[in-house]
Design a protein around this ligand. Structure first.
Ligand code: ADP
Ligand code: MG
Length: 697
């Protein structure tokens, strides 16, 4: 592998630095630091200000400050713990208490009244006064005041056995080589245009802030030096995903032109007209499918927005063109629901979809597989059973994946590879009901085109959401009784403070017993994570068929089930769930024509943020608005599920906080791919590591 000479620091192992032996190298490696370049991108977590003396009277709890004063009193106290207590005054109002729990006799003797001290430490509010516990200190004389530091002192994130002094020594060495050895990997002129400093300047500012830079300014995320690095990192991620996208687009895909015959009949027979949003995204998809390169499109649409019809249109287009389509759902129940819908819609057109799930065994399974392999099945619906090794499609032109928001980038790509053969790949449509804020979508789905259904079918009455304290449980049970007496159905969702699945299930079982006792005559069903898949799906199916009135569940019911007759949902401890998750849950009701209600049964008292979040849910049913708020309040992990955030792990950038830079990063990435291919590999190596570069993903 030839190296550009100027890549030196990105490649130079830390062991090349003075003082770095195997032990230290091992510790650094634990923090992901292998090269001198990695060390340079290991930025200070914060800064201490030892540049100026602070008056004792001006101190506030929480400050880290440098103070100087005279010892007014010092004594050993025998409270709950023996400690040395030293009072420091500086002529202003009040004093500062220095406390030492560990001290030698010599120390105690030296800290006597009249001695002048200079101390640095964190100020906190003690029972009597502001105090510093174990401050750093040294003696000072009034005659020749010691000098203060020229600049802010960086504090590095560290690990056991690694002192700040070591970090300073290491970064000193790395910075000394900076101008000679760390290449600028963004195209010339780009940073200038964005008002961002060059790489080396940004790094030295952050590692060794210049004397005139105030601490407050550097603490802000939007300091240009930090933004410069975050921008490069975002750009590197975009380069990686957009490159992948370009590679995929070079593959050949069957042109699914189709003559529109099946689609026209399908639309004519449908008992409703498409919404404008459905028509728009169907158009976008149809156009993609007509091209000789694989479509890679993410279809986002809130729960109930009608994605299935759009999927059916795409599938019909494939069949019209003599190709097969596969629709994959994450659970057996969902796949069955799709299969039933599609069967109802498509059988009259002479196109009967086959269904393949884990439950199909033996002859039944063999027959389905044969229909798929022989090409007599134009449309196959199923779970991931569709993509097992012995399932071979005759002419797979289109893969549709439903509700895959919990699957990570890598899984998505693996699946895509499976469909590809000899430089040919099927078209792909991925559907999700999790509204993903645009900034996040641009980050994790940078390899996909986006289509959004931003409108619900007419005639839906929005779900009325109320929040009630736990004390009014009886009333809530009464509401369930009334709703079911009118022939409706209800969900009761149990969530727990504890993060234990066993306890969650227990609570759901307990609730089911209590509700069964309180509501004699109602058929109560129970689903939770400990109930086996097949049994769980049977209960869900009974509920869907109206043979269960009240379904007690944990959050396992979140995904995609459509029971229009269910008009009431109770959610216990809603304050424990993310907004996006609550929104998903609530989307289970309000699918029919009757007024639907969601009762958030919270445990009083609510914190202020919990109240704000619940208020937002009551005010809006717009999933995107809710997701944006969730992203702001709880970060990307809540919006996406942790699996994806792990893959998103960035060192400096934060896809939420740095969202404003994303369009520019996307643009920069495209420019790099077009005009500076030589920068692609070093950028990916620097920010995503060798796995990303050589593993292909
Ligand atoms: P989701 O986007 O959550 O997958 P579905 O595709 O399950 O939504 O659609 C929810 C319900 O709305 C289904 O019963 C479906 O038949 C119905 N539906 C879809 N589109 C329309 C429309 N344009 N007008 C009326 N009802 C529709
Ligand atoms: Mg759906």
């Amino acid at each position: 592998m030839e190296l550009l000479p100027e890549q030196a620091l990105d490649q130079m192992p830390v062991t090349g630095l003075r003082g770095v032996g195997p032990r230290l190298a091992e510790r650094l490696s634990r923090l992901g630091i292998e090269s001198v370049g990695d060390l340079l991108f290991h930025l200070p977590l914060r800064y201490q200000d030892r540049t100026r003396l602070v008056q004792i009277a001006a101190l506030r709890a929480g400050d880290e400050a440098l103070v100087e004063g005279e010892i007014a009193d010092a004594r050993i106290g025998f409270g709950r713990r023996r400690s040395l207590r030293v009072w420091l005054t500086d002529g202003g109002a009040g004093g500062l208490l220095l406390r030492f729990f560990h001290f030698s006799n010599a120390q105690a003797a030296a800290l006597r009244p009249g001695v002048r001290l200079r101390c640095f430490g964190e100020v906190r509010q003690g029972p009597e006064a502001l105090e510093m516990v174990h401050p750093q200190y040294r003696s000072a004389t009034a005659a020749e005041p010691g000098s203060t530091e020229e600049a802010l002192t960086p504090i590095y994130p560290t690990t056991e056995g690694l002192q700040q002094s070591t970090w300073l020594a290491l970064t000193d060495q790395a910075l000394a080589r900076l101008s000679a050895g760390l290449p600028e990997l963004l195209p010339p002129g780009l940073c200038d245009g964005l008002g961002l400093p060059p790489l080396t300047e940004a790094l030295s500012t952050l590692h060794r802030p210049p004397p005139d830079l105030p601490a407050e300014r550097l603490r802000e995320r939007d300091h240009p030096a930090r933004r410069r690095l975050a921008f490069e990192e975002l750009t590197a991620h975009q380069v990686s995903l957009r490159r992948l996208r370009r590679r995929q687009q070079q593959a050949q895909a069957p042109r699914l032109a189709g003559d529109g015959r099946l689609r026209a009949r399908f639309l004519r027979d449908l008992p409703f007209a498409l919404t404008a949003a459905q028509r728009r995204v169907a158009e976008e998809i149809a156009e993609d499918l007509g091209r000789p390169h694989p479509m890679l499109r993410l279809l986002q649409g809130d729960v109930g927005s009608g994605k299935t019809v759009v999927a059916a249109l795409a599938a019909l287009q494939a069949v019209e063109a003599g190709q097969q389509a596969a629709i994959m759902a994450p659970t057996e129940l969902l796949s069955e629901q799709h299969w039933r819908n599609l069967h109802r819609w498509l059988a009259p057109l002479g196109l009967d979809p086959v269904w393949l799930a884990g439950r199909h065994k033996g002859r039944e399974r063999a027959e389905v597989i044969e229909a798929i392999a022989g090409g007599t099945a134009g449309l196959a619906v199923g779970t991931h059973a569709l993509f097992q090794d012995d399932v071979e499609f005759a002419e797979l032109g289109l893969v549709i994946i439903d509700e895959q928001h919990r699957f990570g980038v890598h899984q998505r790509l693996r699946l895509r590879e499976k469909g590809a053969r000899d430089g040919r790949a099927p078209h792909q449509l991925i559907m999700t009901a999790t509204p993903i804020p645009r900034s996040l979508a641009m980050t994790i789905y940078a390899d996909l085109d986006l289509s959004v259904i931003d409108e619900l079918p007419p005639g839906r009455t929005p779900v009325t959401t109320v929040a009630l304290p736990d004390g009014r449980r009886e009333e809530v049970i009464d509401r369930v009784r009334q709703a079911c007496a009118q022939g409706r159905q209800a969900y009761w969702v149990c969530t727990l403070i504890e993060d234990s699945e066993a306890l969650q299930c227990q609570a759901a079982e307990e609730t089911e017993r209590l509700l069964s006792a309180a509501l004699p005559g109602l058929r109560v069903g129970l689903v939770h994570g400990r109930i086996k898949g097949a049994e769980r799906e049977t209960v869900m199916a009974e509920f869907a068929a109206g043979r269960v009135d009240l379904l007690v569940a944990t959050t396992v019911i979140e995904v995609g089930v459509d029971v229009p007759n269910a008009s009431l949902m109770i959610v216990e401890n809603p304050e424990r769930l993310g907004l996006a998750q609550l929104h998903q849950l609530r989307g289970r009701v309000g699918r029919g024509a009757v007024d639907s209600h969601c009762v958030l049964l919270y445990r009083a008292p609510l914190s202020r943020t919990a109240r704000e979040r619940i208020d937002l849910l009551r005010r809006t049913s717009n999933g995107f608005e809710i997701a944006e708020a969730d992203l702001r309040m709880r970060g990307p992990g809540e919006v996406l599920g942790t699996r994806q955030t792990g893959e998103l792990a960035m060192r400096i950038a934060d896809p939420a906080a740095d969202a404003a830079m994303l369009p520019a990063a996307r643009h920069a990435a495209e420019r790099i791919l077009d005009e500076h291919p030589e920068l692609v590999r070093p950028l990916i190596l620097r920010w995503l590591g060798p796995k990303a570069e050589y593993g292909g993903v």
